[in-house]
Design a protein around this ligand. Sequence first.
Ligand code: AMP
Length: 475
Amino acid sequence: MTSAANPSNFNELGLIPELIARLSDLEYTQPTPIQAKAIPSILAGSDLIAGANTGSGKTATFALPTLQTLFLAKGVNKTPSKGNFVSGLILVPTRELATQVADSVKSYSANFNGAIKTVAVFGGVSVNTQMQALRGGADIIVATPGRLLDLIKSNAIKLDKVNTLVLDEADQMLDMGFTDAIENIVAYLPPERQSLLFSATYPKNIESLSAQLMRNPQQVKVEEVGINKSIKQTFYKLSNNKLRFNTLRLLLMKHQPKSCVVFCNTKVEAKRLFEELKEAGFYASALHGDLAQQERAMMLMRFANKSASILVATDVAARGLDIDDMDMVINYHLALDPKTHVHRVGRTGRGDKKGLACSIFGEKEVFRVKQIEQLYDREFEPAVLPSLSLLEKPPYKPEMQTLYIDGGKKQKLRAGDIVGCLTGEEGIGFSQIGKITVFENQSFVAVKREASKPAFRKLRDNKIKGKKYQVRRVN
Ligand code: AMP
């Protein structure tokens, strides 16, 4: 473990003014415990193993010192790398995390005047766009292991100048079967480098991986995910497994959440449950490993723009996603590990809000309830189910409706053009328009449900920037 020193502001960590100013813009007033403990060691050049969960501020912990080292190494002439030699390599388990970490790194580099270029590479999308981005040069790559290997093999990336390697959510990467891929990748890296490993847990395979990769690593650990006592937790025991779906419906009907994540243990179950919920009239989205990139973006967008009130998700798919601050979390099956339960439940009750978590369990899951009780050091008496008569009412209708437009950035559409069309003569009010998302060839706009008819007609019947587009309601 590292020293007890716990700096309470970013100036004391040894960060350069460009980064300090950026953190102040982002309203990071104080380092999180993992940042306070790890950043000075990383800046001093140590290898490091950090025990930290999502939400601990771990991304900034590795991103800030990595950026600082690369920025200073550029000397006076600070321009982005032109060739396909990479200096910083960040490996992550999922494509969501790749995008999210790359976005954070880019955001932290905002005061570097473009001197450091960060590119995310991940599977599930065409390799060509990523190759093109890499041809423009990249200082930092955030990558999932499989896609990175493909790119190395096709000579699109050269790793022999890497001076910082980060393994983020290392336990998850190994669980997902990336051990060989990681070992393969590391063989392309120079032995003279700094290696940083972040992992929520320390199973044996992480120990042996770190022994292989690291030299005299410092170890830092912060407390486990806090057990948030302000979250009201209720457990419902099934007398028969066949009642699981109706129990879920009852809970949704009783609480009418505006935003609720329903956790499943497998993607097969998540897919099935999503279909069943839609059939039963609920406004649901789903996130699981079998979705193509575009479907996933659509699902997330509908949930984030409040036109779907339920998100059915697996733990892996929900990991790293910025879907905090839910009204409610429901465990359709209990998590396979009590710590995952704490993590799931912690998605609700953020800040001063009161959280609500309901967990459904059958006879075969009783032992999991016991494990959870041990972790919380309390008992959870199973609660009585709400009245079945609730099932006769219609499900909650989200306040927003998403409309699809078959044009996007390629057609030079901007959010302002869509707002202009919607609010033009006899149009709808500004306050009835929600989130607008413009993709390459399509755009989505959330409007208040009661305004969705006139909004639909406006978009369908009028030209936007001189052109008519096809419009659909997304359900
Ligand atoms: P992470 O654990 O890296 O996923 O970060 C969790 C969230 O905390 C992200 O939204 C960060 O932007 C935010 N964050 C990280 N460090 C700080 C900090 N020192 N102060 C405030 N927010 C932070």
